[in-house]
Each structure stands twice: as structure tokens, then as C-alpha cells.
Design a protein around this ligand. Structure first.
Ligand code: AP5
Length: 208
């Protein structure tokens, strides 16, 4: 968990590969559906581009389907979910049914101005979802994905005014979820500043 731009996607990909867990990013799943023009994707895009949350029942259904897939059988890492108290409650019911409780909830914290700097410079590859930053992690060839050569784009919701709206939505809707997990004794807070490798070490230490 963490605000937009805290580094959830970056650390999620690293951790999932280290532990052999499946990386379930609701943002990536929704963007992929939007790109493919599925009914779910088209509905989700109406909310995402302006930085609003997609309705709980849609997102919870996506996560339930994904966790039931064979590649998530050995364990999973949730990135960007749950984001509201009703989502956290639905996840609790789902995991109880599956007999697969959460081991930990990692909260990555980064100051607001750093978040705005990270997101305004972020560029993504729509083909393979690789992520870059114009200054902090530039691709070898400007505008081209190092991994697959695709053309890099800026996410529609990474405009500065939309980023600030997403931060307000986080404070209103998602911050209460942290209390839910703090009370359950699962929350581990990690400093998200420093390099990706620094943060990965903090996350590993928090899990250990
Ligand atoms: P989502 O895709 O989940 O976006 P988000 O939570 O706003 O998070 P971001 O992807 O912006 O940031 P991140 O924390 O993953 O940081 P990242 O690693 O990319 O959701 C998008 C939208 O989908 C939502 O607004 C909503 O509409 C919808 N949605 C998704 N889930 C939902 C749900 N559960 N319920 C309802 N709606 C939902 O890093 C950011 C940048 O910083 C990158 O450029 C990266 O290279 C750079 N960076 C990362 N770490 C470092 C570091 N240590 N130092 C320097 N730069 C770094």
C-alpha cells in the first residue's frame, strides 16, 4: 500500500519475482482491459483517467478471478488493492474462504512533492508495461522501451492536477484501510525514499 507514486508497482514486481508469487496489480489489469476495449475496461477508463476510484464490486470481482487462477495458487502479492474499507472487508471474506490469510501489509511512504516529481516524469510502455522516468530512470533511447522497443507514453492520470486529485482520494478512501490492517497487527511501514534497491532492502527487512 502507499500513495500514488510511492513505488508499489516497482517494489511489487521485484518482490513477486523474488518470492515466485503472482503480482496482482489492479491498476495494470484495469489499464490492460481499457486498452483491449473490453466492456470492463471501457467502464473503468471513465473513472481512471480523472483519478477517481473504480467501483468496489468491479475491482473485487477482478481480484477474486485472478486469485483463483492457477499461477496464484502458490501465493500472491496485491498491488493497489484493497483501496477502500469495503474492498478490505471483501478481501478478508475471500481469503477466509480460501484458507489463505495475508502474511503482511507493506505501507511505502514518500513525501508528496517527491510523488509529484516521480509521477510527472513517469513514462510507461503500453505493450509490455515496463516503467521509466525521464530523469530518474531514463530509457537508453529517448521515448523507446528498453525491453521491447515500444513507444513510451505518459499515463493520462499522471498530469499534475490529476495526481493531486488522486492523492486526495487516497487520503479520503484508502488511509482508513491502513487503520484496519494496523489493528490486525499486519501493517509494516517502510521509508520509500532512496533508490529502488534501498527501498527493496527496507521491504525485505520489514518482511523478515
Ligand atoms: P494504480 O495503477 O494502482 O495507480 P496508483 O496507486 O495511483 O499508483 P501508481 O501506479 O501511480 O504508483 P506506484 O505506487 O505503483 O509507483 P511506481 O512504482 O509506478 O491505479 C490507477 C487507477 O486505477 C486508480 O486511480 C483507480 O482509478 C484504478 N484502480 C486501481 N486499483 C483500484 C482499486 N483497488 N479500487 C478502485 N480503483 C482502482 O513508481 C512511480 C514512479 O516513480 C515511476 O516512474 C518509477 O520509476 C519511479 N520510482 C519508483 N521507485 C522509485 C525510487 N525509489 N526512486 C526514484 N524513483 C522511483
Amino acid at each position: 500500500m502507499g500513495t500514488p507514486g510511492a513505488g508499489k508497482g516497482t517494489q511489487g514486481a521485484l518482490l513477486a519475482s523474488r518470492y515466485g508469487a503472482c503480482h496482482v496489480s489492479t491498476g495494470d489489469i484495469l489499464r490492460d482491459a481499457a486498452r483491449q476495449g473490453t466492456p470492463l475496461g471501457l467502464e473503468a477508463r471513465r473513472y481512471m483517467d480523472d483519478g477517481h476510484l473504480v467501483p468496489d464490486d468491479l475491482v473485487t470481482g477482478i481480484v477474486a478471478d485472478r486469485l483463483a487462477s492457477p499461477e496464484c495458487g502458490k501465493g500472491f502479492l496485491l498491488d493497489g488493492f484493497p483501496r477502500t474499507v469495503p474492498q478490505a472487508e471483501a478481501l478478508g471474506r475471500l481469503l477466509t474462504e480460501r484458507g489463505q490469510p495475508l502474511d503482511a501489509v507493506i505501507l511505502i511512504t514518500v513525501p508528496t512533492e517527491e510523488v509529484v516529481r516521480r509521477l510527472s516524469g513517469r513514462r510507461v510502455c503500453p505493450d509490455c508495461v515496463a516503467m521509466f522516468h525521464v530523469a530518474l530512470q531514463p530509457p537508453a533511447t529517448p521515448g523507446r522501451c528498453d525491453r521491447c522497443g515500444g513507444a513510451l507514453v505518459q499515463r493520462e492520470d499522471d498530469r499534475e492536477d490529476t495526481v493531486r486529485h488522486r492523492l486526495a482520494v487516497y487520503t479520503r478512501e484508502t488511509a482508513p484501510v491502513l487503520e484496519h490492517y494496523r489493528r490486525a497487527g499486519l501493517l509494516r511501514e517502510v521509508d520509500g525514499t532512496g533508490t529502488r534497491e534501498d527501498v527493496a532492502r527496507h521491504v525485505e527487512a520489514a518482511l523478515a
